[in-house]
Design a protein around this ligand. Sequence first.
Ligand code: PHE
Length: 447
Amino acid sequence: MAKSHGGRAMFGSKFGVIAAAVGSAVGLGNIWRFPYEAGTHGGGAFLLCYIIAILVLGIPTICAEYALGRAGRANIFGTYRKFSNSNRWNWAGCLGILASIMILSFYSVVAGWTLEYFFRSISNSFAGMTAEDYHSEFVSFSTSNWRPLLCTLLFLGINYAVMRRGVTAGIERISKLLMPILFVILIVFCINSLMMDKAQEGLAFLFRPDFTQITPSVMLSALGQAFFSLSIGLGCMMIYGSYIKADANLTKMATVTVALDTLVAILAGVVIFPAVFTFGFSPAAGPALVFEVLPAIFNQLPGGVIWSALFFLLLFVASLTSTISMSEDFIAYCTEERGMSRRSATNLNLGIAVVLGSLCTISFGCLNDFKIFGLTIFELFDYVASNILLPIGGIAVTIFAGWIVKKSVMKQQLGVSGIVFKPLMICLRYIAPISILLVFLRSIGII
Ligand code: PHE
């Protein structure tokens, strides 16, 4: 990217921007988190809530983030300050930065698992195992003391190395190359899963909603998943918006980002659920789900070792393009607001992530009994960031874009005609903030 605009980096090409934004959005959220959230929250019921959340709340919010980011050309704090002419919105910036750190910490644990599974794949260590073996292998690995910790630290080290090279040289190049490959591979796996014995059952679980399962907590989880998956509510897309050139059409970009992200999540579901039923796994296995089911799928494919190695490698890269955006959120704040050098900001980001990421990692092992509100540290970070901080961040950004920023600025940024602009603004002003608030309050039992 690296073209300067008033001293700020810019993405070089339109494809580069889309690749980076999609790179941030597509990651473990789609391939690891979506299937297990869907699996524990009733399959089709969850998918339905998720799609509604994406359409009604996701698209307007991502449009708002891109528009605010490009108009403000600053980090989350700077953007809120610029358009409110005050520090009154600093709290929203704080929530965003806090969320980016919390997500980076627990996300790196799972990204570390992808590294471990990549190494295991190339050493062909899954050969000849049964469904139970995959389960016990995963449990014994994730609860052990050192290996998962080393994997988390290795992942954070790689993330650090990319961040040190600056926003774009790293981000744009990696995303452009690898995102399309991930997509093709997922389609191949989908076809394979569709030919499995219990494909019908898996598809029915994912696509046929049981309406009795739609509860406030399922709705909140779907909302949290939508925000998590689209990387919105914490300033990441604002930052990427600030690196987009003036002539790019933001509404189109937002729609493409949302469409590709949702497609990848659904494809991941189509890969996983037929296999879950065919091999006799439980759809409600939680965070372990894909790490148990995927090796089983690879094992029955011809050339399984290669597929498996390739897939975990791509999953690792997809995680990296996501953590890069979380780190960038934090680093842009430190350099632009706190006057730190990029180098010190990157070091600080790494330091915090190492401490918190290690705690999240060992919360599967020796800290497994240490619970806060009944949740392990890993679960707590995930719950607080996805189901509390991101929705509140979403309320903030939609209210801000709908009520505080001048309409003319939004209109100019979004570059759409009245028929699209009006409903979009209605969503930003009323529908999005009110419905996020209602879901949120209802699920925590306040209303
Ligand atoms: N959207 C990413 C994913 O689906 C995760 C993410 C969350 C990235 C928040 C940046 C910010 O994996």
